[in-house]
Each structure stands twice: as structure tokens, then as C-alpha cells.
Design a protein around this ligand. Sequence first.
Ligand SMILES: C[S@@+](CC[C@H](N)C(=O)[O-])C[C@H]1O[C@@H](n2cnc3c(N)ncnc32)[C@H](O)[C@@H]1O
Length: 227
Amino acid sequence: MSISVPKLATPDWSSDLSENVYEPSEDSFLLLDALESDLHFIQEKIQPLVLLEVGSGSGVIITALSKFLAARSFCMAVDINWDACVATCETARINDAQVDVIQMDLDSALCLNNQVDLLVFNPPYVVTPDEEIESGGIVASWAGGKTGRQVLDRLLGNLSYLLSKNSVGYFVVIEENQPEAIKVEITICWFYRGKQLRNVKFATRLYPFCVSNLCYSFISCLVSNVL
Ligand SMILES: C[S@@+](CC[C@H](N)C(=O)[O-])C[C@H]1O[C@@H](n2cnc3c(N)ncnc32)[C@H](O)[C@@H]1O
């Protein structure tokens, strides 16, 4: 008897994506792979009702998740870049997926009060001067400030308000973002809020990887709050 392994199909995206929008790249596919390898866990243990992708760009990730989970989940995507919001809507439309898209800075206009079951963020992680973060447009896709973590850190600070009791979050980071420090900061942050990250599981997967001439190690971090 063969056991069927669930697959996360890569959705189509518009061939005339605005040059202001992050084209699905190796890091996007890495995140899709990480999600795909956890589909069984997501389906069985998380059974997500509310999904949030922060920084959806072209929309391929939230669209893939929405298609996989069919109509059982409420899928939201946010991006600070208006063109990315339009692209996410278009990708969802082309693939006949249900995704609600909102333009905003991280989760700033949402009051989700521990209702997000599955959170995904492929953030701007490249180490750059801090000022570049404010440049907007396509630069906001990669500019991560002096640790490459300025944007991600702001979201991680809100995790204890966002994630539900039985939840999981996936983030793409690189070595330069100091993943071990991220782990410590998340745990401390939850502790000071008087909340405990239940059954903390923080898995990292290393992917040796090259972008242009720079050699990066991509790490997909998993923060799990599974009961
Ligand atoms: C590396 S791209 C990832 C795009 C897409 N999720 C993917 O994996 O292909 C990062 C995305 O985050 C968005 N972004 C950057 N800063 C943001 C912020 N403060 N709030 C929401 N989105 C942001 C960018 O506009 C960009 O679309």
C-alpha cells in the first residue's frame, strides 16, 4: 500500500508582474518547499482556520496554501507595497483561490488577538543601511537594515499577540540575521508578556544557496506553538 504525500503546487503568476513587485525567486521556492514538507503536520496538527502571509509579493505562497487548504481556511495576505497587493489579488484570481489582501505595514491595522493559526513571512533580510528600508517599492523587498532583521524583528515582537494556541509560523532568514539570537529574543518576548510559547519547537533547516555572487545560507525557521 502506498502512502500519498501531499504536494503544494506552485501557482501560476502573471507574466507581466510589475517591476515593483518581487518576482518569485529561490527563497520563495525554499519557503514553498519547507511548507510542502510540513503539509501533513499542518493538516493534521494545526488544522488552520486563519492563515496570514505578511509580505506576500506576487502572492504565490498564500495562493498555494489557499489552494491546498481549499475553502476550509480564511487566507489573508498583507504587503506594504500597493503593486504587490494588486499582484497577490491577480495571482489568487488566476488560480481561482480565495485570498483577502490588505495593504499595510506588517500586521499594524489588524486586531487578530491570537487568532492566526499559520503565519508566513519571507521578509526583507538583506543587510543594508537602515535608511534603505524606507525606500519603498522593490527595495522594500530586500532591504533589512543593519542586521537584515529590522522588519522581521518588528513582526516577531508581535508574535505572542498574533499566534493562536495551536499555531505555527514560518520565516525565511539567512546566517547574517543571527537565527540563534532570534530564537532567544522570541522566547524572552513571550516570557515578559506573561505568556508561554507552548511546547516550543524551533527547527531550522539549512539550505546552502547562491544569489548573484553572494553565497547565502537560507534557513527556514519554524516557531511552533502546538498544544
Ligand atoms: C522577499 S519579498 C517576499 C515576497 C513573497 N512572499 C515571496 O516569497 O516571493 C518581501 C516582501 O515583503 C514586503 N514587505 C516589506 N516590508 C514590509 C512591511 N513592513 N509590511 C508588509 N510587507 C512588507 C515587500 O514589499 C515584499 O513584497
